[in-house]
Every structure is written in C-alpha cells, then in structure tokens.
Design a protein around this ligand. Sequence first.
Ligand code: SIN
Length: 306
Amino acid sequence: MSSRLNVKVGSVDLKSPVILASGTCNFGRELSEYYDLSVLGGLSSKGLTIKPRAGNEGCRVAECDSGMLNSVGLQNPGVDYFIEHELDYMRSLNTGVIVNVAGHSFDDYCGMVRKLDPFKEKIDVLEINLSCPNVKEGCMSIGSSPEQVKKIVSALRDLTTLPLWIKLTPNVSDITAPALAAQEGGADAIVLINTLLGMRINIKTRRPVVQNNTGGYSGPAVKPVAIRMVSECSRVLDIPIVGCGGIETAEDVVEFMIAGASAVEVGTASLIHPDAGLRITEGLERYCEDNKIENISSLTGTLELW
Ligand code: SIN
C-alpha cells in the first residue's frame, strides 16, 4: 500500500485509515486466512473484560433489512488470557493494535487499564468501550451519561500514557455531550458510533428473536446516523474522531472523512465479505489515484454545510 493512505489519529500513526471494528475480527486469527492484515491501519480486539465471559444465552444474532442485530454480550476469554495468548499474535500482524476495554463498573475499567498498561510496548491504543448495549451494567449505561464519561476517562487518563480512544453509544439525544465529556476527561480520540439499540420479533412466537430481547443494530442502514454524529462532533471537538457505522466501500470511507473522521472502523461488512477490509483499502488507493489525492487525510473535515 502506498503512503497516500497514511493517517494520524492524534499521536498514533496508521498505515491506512481502515481499521477492523471490535467484535467483528476477534483477535485477527480467522480473518488472516483471507488476506494479509498488514494492509490495514489496525485491528480492534473483541471487547475484553477482567474475567472471561460466555456471553448472552440463546439466539444472539438476527438478520435485518440492510444490517443485523447482535446481542453477543461481550463473550471473551478475559484480559489475562488475552495478554498471555493473543496480544503477541495481534502484534505479529504488523498493523495497529487496538485493545477494546469493556467493563461493568468504574473499578472494572480501572482494573483493566492497570493490567494492560505494563504491556504498552505491544499496544498502540486502548479503545474504551462505553457503548456495548448488550450488558446490564457498565458500557452503554456509563456512555450515555456525560458526567460518568468524564469521571471514568479522567480516572483512566491518570493510569496510563497509552492513547485512549473512547467508543461512544449513539443511543443518546445529543452525541456532542458525551463526546465533549470524554475530551474534557483527557481522551485522545472518539470512536463513533457503536450499535443502535433495536429489537426484532418472531411473529409466530411473538417473542423477540434474540433472547436478550434487544440487540445492537449495525450495517449499512446505520451509516447516515453515524455520519451525522461524526459531523456534529467534528464541529465541537478539538480531538480526532474515528468514524464507524455501516461502512462497506471506499466511497463510504471518503464520506466519513469529509464529515470529519481521521480514520474509520469497518465492522459488519467483514461478516458478509471476510476480505472487506482489503477491498475497501484497494478502493481507497484507486480513489486517491483517480482524484490525484496525495494523502487521504486531506479529506478530513472538508464538509461544507448548506
Ligand atoms: C457484544 O458483545 O454484545 C457487542 C459488543 C459491543 O457492542 O461493543
């Protein structure tokens, strides 16, 4: 890949703006069978918690028009297993290592950062998950309260010098409030958006399709919501934004960057086409060539509102 795709998210240098989103690439092992992941800007790990989690019971995914609903419930092997068995593998992929940190309480998040900080030579970014909608405590319930966002980000800021990217929930009436709170707490970047809370019903049983009743909606249908939120936040924030939500093509990435994103995360698309990250990266190369763009980051924040 050429240097035309090199971007910076605050102090973090990435080969490309294309990152694989948490929960859609695990730790990279499965997708590395489809293409060389080193073409990517980075990989965000499955959301990790202090203790291993089996995730939610019963049916956890449902197909929807233009997307999908998931209620995985943060199934993961726990942070200790990750450090021992997966971190070196992620590092060996020769791409940005982004560790997605989830938790049920203030103490959980602090405990996670204390455990990960000693391995900072192997980690590029801690992505703080204040947005998973599928667990009863922590995550989205913290991320929808600007006061709690500021409190938790400030506490984590004191525990590590690693870049902190805060992944926010779109399930709020004003996305700029938690985004500004994260910035005030010392965040290095904001990741927008995680999934939209949704429900599907089996009309025969009259029960929700996913056993947790609700799930997070992702895929191309959420893209306009995500772009609107990136655009709103880019007008008020001083820190960079990583855009996420329904990205399937290079043109989608361009749209997010014009709206104000410095980089993007691709999620559901990899579940449809495992090589989506590669296709999008190659498409961006062609876009730059066709439009004589020397560096893709020149697009960031070039939106002109009516
Ligand atoms: C899940 O594991 O339920 C999804 C994770 C997330 O939305 O962050």
